[in-house]
Design a protein around this ligand. Structure first.
Ligand SMILES: Cc1cc2nc3c(=O)[nH]c(=O)nc-3n(C[C@H](O)[C@H](O)[C@H](O)COP(=O)(O)OP(=O)(O)OC[C@H]3O[C@@H](n4cnc5c(N)ncnc54)[C@H](O)[C@@H]3O)c2cc1C
Length: 364
């Protein structure tokens, strides 16, 4: 059965959903208020293809990441690249869990790593280090690929202002679809779980020597991660990257727009001080080149749940995005919900069980 599906949002979730559903024969239209694909969080993040190492405190997120990582490589083999040396380090005294516990959690989740016998020279005050196979996502190639695949079904520069269920379908800006998927990361319709909106600031640095990716875990720590440009890295910090905790997406947009030079300088000092505790040569090796701003929608909670959830309200699906590696989960949930709806409609009405008759017939 083929359906006419409207998708709001041309980030990673909207693009992947549209491409998957179109491949299955659905008639898809993608709407985004931006003029280009992946202009919001999908184009402004740390570009890490996660494997689960970030999420020692959330089992579901680790498993979605571990599986999503493999599927991402299979499905989009040209959209990520290896990171030559990718180190996860547990700093002494500053982590929420000790190194042995961290390793056990990863091993128990089937996440492979190599343990380094000792920390590299440039890292100090760490209890232990693991080498991870996580990769870097190639944003510009992703944009090109989806621009090509979705040619003919993109309506960019189009804000969706109205979305409602109508009899047997959903109406978006007055246009009727069989189903609509809200892939705006909770910006169009608020997810039916407790969330907040977090404007974020990452810093870009240039480094001309090849340095490893370094992620300090677990808790209010920081990381240096390469981008698709071999000399450009992002610096992210759990306490300093967030610019606030907003009740609505609108408030988060205002806060993001207000970021000025003084705030950037203050954040820069704080983040560089923080990373220098474990990478003392940071300021000598890395040169600040710019900032990156985005908005995250986060579930309320202490466990760092970054898994993906899908909600259904009549003919409207809402996607609460996890990370980029969890896009597959969204597609599967939506297809399964559509299938359930249509197979339920075709199922015969409840009748008395025929089991007793079969048993008696055999006994006779
Ligand atoms: C600082 C930061 C670092 C991160 N690091 C990583 C990382 O390293 N690895 C990883 O996997 N994930 C990371 N993430 C998470 C990742 O960015 C998200 O999982 C992913 O981008 C979500 O994609 P999305 O398509 O749901 O949302 P988005 O990319 O935000 O797309 C939503 C789209 O909806 C559009 N839209 C919104 N409202 C409307 C409307 N009313 N009408 C029309 N269009 C609308 C927006 O313009 C936008 O293009 C990070 C996020 C942030 C903020």
């Amino acid at each position: 059965m083929s359906f006419k599906v409207g998708i709001v949002g041309a980030g990673w979730y909207g693009c992947h959903l549209a491409s998957s559903l179109a491949t299955l024969g659905f008639e898809v239209t993608v709407f985004d208020r931006q003029e280009r694909l992946m202009q919001e969080a999908s184009g402004n993040n740390q570009f890490r293809l996660h494997l689960g190492f970030h999420y020692a405190r959330h089992h579901g997120t680790r498993l979605q990441s571990r599986d999503g990582f493999q599927r991402f490589i299979e499905r989009y083999p040209t959209l990520s690249r290896e990171v030559a040396q990718n180190i996860y380090a547990v700093p002494r005294g500053a982590s929420l869990i000790d190194f042995q516990t961290y390793k056990l959690i990863m091993a128990a989740s089937g996440i492979d790593y190599i343990e380094l016998a000792e920390a590299p020279d440039f890292l100090q005050s760490v209890e232990g280090c693991l080498l991870a196979r996580e990769r870097v996502i190639l944003l510009h190639r992703a944009r090109e690929l989806f621009q090509q695949r979705l040619a003919g079904c993109l309506r960019l520069g189009t804000e969706v202002r109205t979305l409602r269920n109508v009899d047997g379908g959903a109406e978006l800006n007055g246009e009727r679809f069989d189903y609509v998927i809200d892939a705006t990361w909770g910006q169009l319709r608020r997810p039916p779980i407790e969330v907040f909106y977090e404007p974020t600031l990452l810093l870009y640095y240039e480094c001309t020597e090849a340095v490893p990716a370094i992620t300090l875990v677990d808790g209010p720590l920081c990381s240096i991660y390469p981008t698709e440009d071999p000399q450009i890295y992002t610096l992210s910090s759990v306490p300093h990257t967030p610019l606030g905790r907003c009740a609505t997406a609108g408030e988060a947009h205002v806060k993001r727009a207000e970021v000025g030079r003084d705030l950037v300088t203050a954040k820069r000092i704080a983040m560089e001080d923080q990373v220098s505790l474990n990478v003392p040569s940071f300021r000598d090796r890395f040169r600040f080149v710019g900032i990156q701003l985005a908005i995250k929608t986060k579930p309320v909670g202490q466990y760092d749940d970054r898994s993906c959830y899908v909600f259904q309200d009549g003919r409207i699906f809402g996607v609460m995005s996890g990370k980029i590696d969890t896009i597959f989960f969204a597609t599967e949930r939506i297809l399964s919900m559509i299938e359930a709806e249509h197979s339920a409609a075709a199922a015969p009405a409840e009748a008395p069980s025929a089991l007793r008759d079969s048993i008696l017939m055999r006994a006779a």
